[in-house]
Design a protein around this ligand. Sequence first.
Ligand SMILES: Nc1ncnc2c1ncn2[C@@H]1O[C@H](COP(=O)(O)OP(=O)(O)OP(=O)(O)O)[C@@H](O)[C@H]1O
Ligand SMILES: [Mg+2]
Length: 420
Amino acid sequence: MSQMMIQKKMSQIVDENNNLVSSMAQMSPAAATSQVRMTSQQSVQSQMLRSPSVQSLNRTSSQQSLAQGRSSQQSVGSRVGALGGHVTEDEDEGEEEFFQDVDILQNFGINVADIKKLKSVGLCTIKGVQMTTRRKMTQIKGFSEAKVDKIKEACTKISNDNSFLTAAQVAEKRKHVFKITTGSAELDKILGGGIESMAITEAFGEFRTGKTQLSHTLSITAQLPDESKGYSGGKVIYVDSENTFRPERLRPIAARFNLEDECALENVLYTRSFNSEHQMELLDMVAGLFHQEAGIFKLLIIDSAIALFRVDFSGRGELADRQQKLAQYMARLQRLSEEFNVAVFITNQMTSDPGATMSFQADPKKPVGGNIMAHASTTRISLRKGRAETRIAKIYDSPDMPEAEAMFAITNGGVTDAKD
Ligand SMILES: Nc1ncnc2c1ncn2[C@@H]1O[C@H](COP(=O)(O)OP(=O)(O)OP(=O)(O)O)[C@@H](O)[C@H]1O
Ligand SMILES: [Mg+2]
């Protein structure tokens, strides 16, 4: 990359960073008050969110930190060389093709101010705009129906999207899909290799069944490159609604996989969600981050996805509202996973089913969220406690894997196979 190109890229990113910050400032009044309530914690959190984008003013530097994280992994020495600042042109172009920036809209008569507005609500790519409804877009300040139509039309032209693909084309597209290991070969096996990108994987189970431990383990394993599968490894965003994220837990897990722990921790971006609205708004920022460092983020974790929705909509009368909001949230997660080719891993709680005693069900408990969650998650894993540190995972629902069980163990080094 020439000096000029780097400078251009840097100023672009600085610009986008300002955007992201101003988008926080433009949040709805309700969100704004909730932000005020959170003062000190919130400012720490927004700093945390912001700092990586400042640190990684260019893509090369963030790739360097990824590479450093792997420096102790001698087996991937060549890979490190490839990632350590010398991104090959091919790799760069591949990403460019996957992520079509909304900036291209300028060539189709859309002005810069409107493009900025799109970005401020997390619509940073052409695909992202295409996946958003016209109705939703007319809610953006200053966006008339005519303007939205014009933008939509331009996107159709740019993406050259002929809505129907042949199965062969779909297969070609799915070559981008990667899988992240869970740390347990047995669990990977029933998942068909691990947690898949462009999809939502949901793990549900009672307390202590390992949902949070699995989230911590994935935060590390997502960083591991796997040359045999052409997976480069990448950064992680961790959204925590229960305040159970423990960075210290990541150290022994990183050590188990021969990652330098300081760098491994640098590659996990953490944020706390405080209520269901805030959790939804965070996705705009997540989209901004995914876009800023195109191709660098590989995994988005939401632990737990639904807990705050249960708190905010508690009465029976609010159930319909809750389900509607939850459906919107899940749809947004699904779109993000496809738009940026990342894996989304969410955790879910269990509830006792009042109707179960009547129906002689073997397991009277079921995951929260009803049909909405059932349909929105691509793959569902149910977790239950086994003896001592062992846990049993069962594929509850998957588009391409049979119902099967696997035993794994929770150790200081994270999720692993159970010793027999
Ligand atoms: N360092 C560690 N080494 C071994 N086991 C650990 C370690 N830290 C936690 N555990 C085990 O992990 C289990 C807790 O799992 P986890 O926190 O993932 O549950 P969870 O499914 O997220 O529960 P909840 O619904 O309460 O959030 C406990 O049984 C605990 O003993
Ligand atoms: Mg937990």
